[in-house]
Write a protein that binds this ligand. Sequence first.
Ligand code: GLP
Length: 274
Amino acid sequence: MSPPEPHENLSPPLAAPVSGAPSMSAPIVTVHSTKLQGATAAALEICDLLDAKPDAVLGLATGGTMVGVYGALVEEVQRRGLDVSRVTTFNLDEYLGLDAGDPRLFRHFMDEHLFVPLGFNDAQVHFPDHVGARPRGADAVDAARQYEEAIQAAGGIDLQLLGIGRNGHIAFNEPGSSPRSRTRVVELHEVTRRDAAETFGGFDETPERAITMGLGTILEARALRVLAFGASKAPVVERLLRGAEDLDIPCTFLRERHGDIAVHLDIEAARLLP
Ligand code: GLP
């Protein structure tokens, strides 16, 4: 199978939004003194959601930004004694071309930071490259279509966590991604591969392809919670909150297309904001 263009929309748009995203209003931006405080704020909101809705559907992200969120979430779920056995999760994305069990898979990251500590079972968690019990290595284009169906069958995502890449990517929606894009196979951008190169022992060893929820898929979640920490994210944070929509900076498609966005920043990530 030849790889598709990064911005190609492989799965047909759903006839209607899964969740009916709320009408537009300005994002709520909170600048925290430390990234731990920002991560904890997001974790506490998730706990409040799980308290109110024990069968909530969570959209989850990976990356260094999320480590503190999941640490705080595990702690707070345990402190409150919440039952998470009815929670369903959908992760944003996964690398293609790695062996099952490779510790660099996002699935491994999630196991380590969240799923194992909270005792999630395989039936609760979903990744786009192998929906539920789907065997790894099955056709990725088919898996992408099934992922959209699985999200819809779960009733849509209640709360979606999002980080931002330095190039403005959201999940693995790289520059050039359509705001209407759906779950699909993508070629990773050079900046994305450079940022991941240390994990993979060099740029040439870094995967070239991944499978990701589309921007259109993400925008259907009922709530979006965006986190960005550190000075390297300041330029994209400025574009996220103040820039015009720009196909080259995918995060710019969030602000005016969703009515329930909260953004958690630390002081460094907010340094270009007025
Ligand atoms: C990866 C993920 C993104 C994440 C980004 C930022 O590329 N696909 O979903 O937002 O990393 O990572 P970090 O939090 O390490 O800066």
